[in-house]
Write a protein that binds this ligand. Structure first.
Ligand code: CO
Ligand code: ZN
Length: 332
């Protein structure tokens, strides 16, 4: 699994440009001898069918946050806008990589007073001497993502884009463990696009697939670091979080209860999650058509949307266990 995490986290895939990460996931799906479809927006779907079970859409987004080039200065520096939420103040000195492997360094203008630096006061330096040289390598509208290696210390693993490649890993591992089993439910595993810019891929995927239930698998914030900026009991290493609410969904109590029941019955640790800021694909899925009862399984994660997001591998393992047991449950 470590190799799979490494392959997915080092893949390039900002919102709207998921083709490289999708190709990496397709390689894994093919290894599992499963078939797949790719829809018009680029969502990748694996269908595991049962004779006459309820239809469950399990969604994990494969896109990551990124930076899109908006303007090329005369002296060759690139101005950019954000694709998804870039935490303020972290950019200076970071390296970013474009689709073709070109790496740039982010620089920052002088900041007056104690103001927090604005995105507009940053630029990407690709080593070009002037606009012409820069234009030979990069076009307006090209996107870059953080350039960062994967590192493991004990049970803790840090990488860029664990949000939400770790969710994709949970889906792929679950798919593998369900193997040739005949499930009591019909499952669509969807690797969605453009979550970071507003849950867009999940919206059209859910419309097309018409599920009876929705379940998003994504990361969530923790409160176990020194003086966290918001209060939550969710911590690394204490098991997957079962979402009750975030800014985009109030999870269906029936789905939440089923998740908790299955976890308890199978002895899988879990934590209740109420996330005051942020959302996942469940936000889009539950509002599809006449409404879809939905829940979310969250992998606790530190430093979300930085180049060094961090998860605990026991949480990842328990998330796979919970999702696997949930899809084997006859209580849907
Ligand atoms: Co995110
Ligand atoms: Zn996410």
């Amino acid at each position: 699994m470590r190799g799979l995490i490494e392959r997915l986290c080092t893949s390039y895939g900002p919102a709207g440009r998921e083709e490289q990460v999708r190709a990496a996931i397709i390689t894994e799906i093919v290894k599992l001898n499963e078939s797949y479809t790719v829809d018009t927006l680029g969502n990748l779907v694996v269908h595991k069918s049962a004779a006459a079970g309820k239809k469950i859409l399990v969604a994990a987004h494969m896109d990551e946050i990124g930076l899109m080039v908006t303007y090329i200065e005369e002296n060759g520096f690139l101005r950019f806008t954000n694709l998804g939420g870039i935490p303020p103040g972290i950019l200076w000195g970071l390296r970013v990589v474009f689709a073709d492997g070109l790496v740039g360094v982010i620089g920052q203008e002088k900041i007056e007073g104690t103001r927090k630096p604005d995105l507009k006061q940053h630029y990407i330096d690709i080593g070009a001497a002037d606009r012409e040289e820069a234009q030979a390598r990069v076009k307006i509208g090209d996107s870059a993502v953080y350039f960062a290696p994967v590192y493991q210390a004990g049970k803790r693993l840090s990488a860029k884009s664990l949000d939400n490649r770790i969710g994709c890993v949970v889906l792929l591992e679950t798919l593998k463990r369900l193997g040739g089993l005949t499930l009591p439910v019909e499952v669509y595993f969807a690797f969605t696009v453009q979550e970071e810019v507003g849950l867009r891929g999940a919206r059209t995927a859910a419309y097309r697939l018409k599920p009876d239930y929705g379940l998003a698998v994504d990361v969530t914030r923790v409160g176990d670091t020194p003086e966290p900026d918001f209060k939550t009991g969710v911590a690394l290493g204490k098991g997957p979080a079962i979402k009750i609410m975030d800014s985009a969904v109030i999870c269906h109590p029936g789905v939440t209860r089923l998740m908790q029941d299955v976890a308890e019955k199978k002895g899988i640790p879990f934590q209740p999650e109420v996330l005051e800021r942020g959302g996942t694909d469940a936000g889009a899925i539950h509002l599809t058509r006449e409404g879809v009862p939905s829940g979310a399984l969250s992998i606790p994660c530190r430093y979300i949307h930085t180049p060094a997001e961090m998860v605990d591998l026991d949480d990842v393992e328990n998330s796979i266990a919970l999702l696997t047991e949930l899809l084997k449950s006859t209580d849907w």
